[in-house]
Design a protein around this ligand. Structure first.
Ligand code: MN
Length: 265
C-alpha cells in the first residue's frame, strides 16, 4: 500500500553570507514537521510560497492531506482589522498561497491539520478573526510566548470533552508548550472551539460537523520525540489522509470482480 501524501506549507528565509548579506531566499520548513509526518507513516511533500494558483492546485491534487505550519502573523486586513503595532513577519505571498491551498483542500474534503499560524490561517480562511496581540489585549493572560520554540510544557490546556481533539489525545486536560502572541478570536464558519488555556485564550478549533479539520495553537511537532502523546495528532492526520486516498483511488478489486462476473455470465 502506498503512503498517504501530506502537503506541508513552508515559509521563506533569507540565507546570510558570513558578512551578513542576504545571498538567497530559501523555502523554510522546520524538520520536526517532516519527522512527525514520516513517523506517522505519511509521505511529506513541501509546498513553497508562490503566487501561481494553477501550480498550487496541481500540488494539492497530488496530496491526500494538508498540514498548515507555524510562522509569522497573517496580515490583519484579511480579517478586517488594522494592524496592531506588535504584529510581525508579514508575508502576503505566503498568506495568499496558504489561503488558496486551504480553500482547495476543504473543497476536496481532504483532512487538514493547522499548527500555530496554521490554526489562525484556518480560522481566517473560514471567516474568523484573531486576537492580534495576546499580552496587550487579553486581561490576565498567562505566558504564551516562551523564550524560544521548544519542548517546555508551559501552560495548561483544557480540552472539551465532546471534541475530536479529546478523542485524539484521550484526555481533557494536559500541559502544552506555547510560542505565540496571537490567537483565535471569533471562530470561523462551520468551526468550533475544542480547547482553551486557563485565561480563556482559544488554543484549538475543529469542524463542528465532524469533518477531519483540526487546528491547535501549541507546537506538537516539537514534542513528538520527548512526549510521544503529541505524535497522536500526526497519526490522526495520516490515518485520515489514508482514508481520503482510498476514496479517490480507482477501485481495482471491484473492477476485477466485475470482469470476472461478466466472464461467468
Ligand atoms: Mn498558548
Amino acid at each position: 500500500m502506498s503512503k498517504p501524501v501530506i502537503l506541508i506549507t513552508t515559509g521563506k528565509q533569507g540565507q546570510l553570507t558570513p558578512r551578513g548579506e542576504i545571498q538567497a531566499v530559501t523555502a523554510n520548513c522546520n524538520m520536526q514537521y517532516v519527522h512527525s509526518v514520516v513517523r506517522a507513516g505519511g509521505a511529506p511533500v513541501l509546498l513553497p510560497c508562490m503566487a501561481d494558483k494553477e501550480a498550487i492546485q496541481a500540488a494539492l491534487l497530488a496530496a491526500d492531506g494538508l498540514l498548515l505550519t507555524g510562522g509569522g502573523d497573517i496580515l490583519s486586513l484579511a480579517y478586517g482589522e488594522e494592524p496592531h503595532p506588535a504584529s510581525k513577519y508579514q508575508d502576503p505571498v505566503r498568506d495568499a498561497m496558504e489561503f488558496e491551498v486551504t480553500r482547495l483542500a476543504l473543497d476536496r474534503e481532504l483532512p487538514v491539520l493547522g499548527i500555530c499560524r496554521g490554526v489562525q490561517l484556518l480560522n481566517v480562511a473560514l471567516g474568523g478573526t484573531l486576537i492580534q496581540d495576546v499580552p496587550s489585549q487579553v486581561r490576565g493572560a498567562v505566558k504564551h510566548y516562551s523564550q524560544g520554540l521548544d519542548t517546555v510544557l508551559l501552560h495548561t490546556l483544557d480540552i472539551e470533552e465532546d471534541s475530536l481533539l479529546a478523542r485524539v489525545f484521550q484526555t481533557t486536560s494536559m500541559a502544552v508548550n506555547s510560542y505565540h502572541h496571537q490567537a483565535v478570536k471569533d471562530v470561523g464558519l462551520g468551526l468550533r472551539t475544542n480547547c482553551q488555556a486557563r485565561d480563556g485564550v482559544i488554543e484549538g478549533i475543529e469542524a463542528a460537523d465532524g469533518r477531519p479539520i483540526l487546528g491547535v495553537q501549541f507546537h506538537p511537532e516539537e514534542l513528538t520525540e520527548k512526549h510521544p502523546r503529541f505524535q497522536m495528532l500526526f497519526d490522526w492526520l495520516v490515518v485520515e489522509a489514508g482514508t481520503s486516498a482510498d476514496r479517490s483511488a480507482p477501485d481495482e478489486d471491484s473492477t476485477e470482480l466485475s470482469t470476472r462476473t461478466a466472464a461467468l455470465a
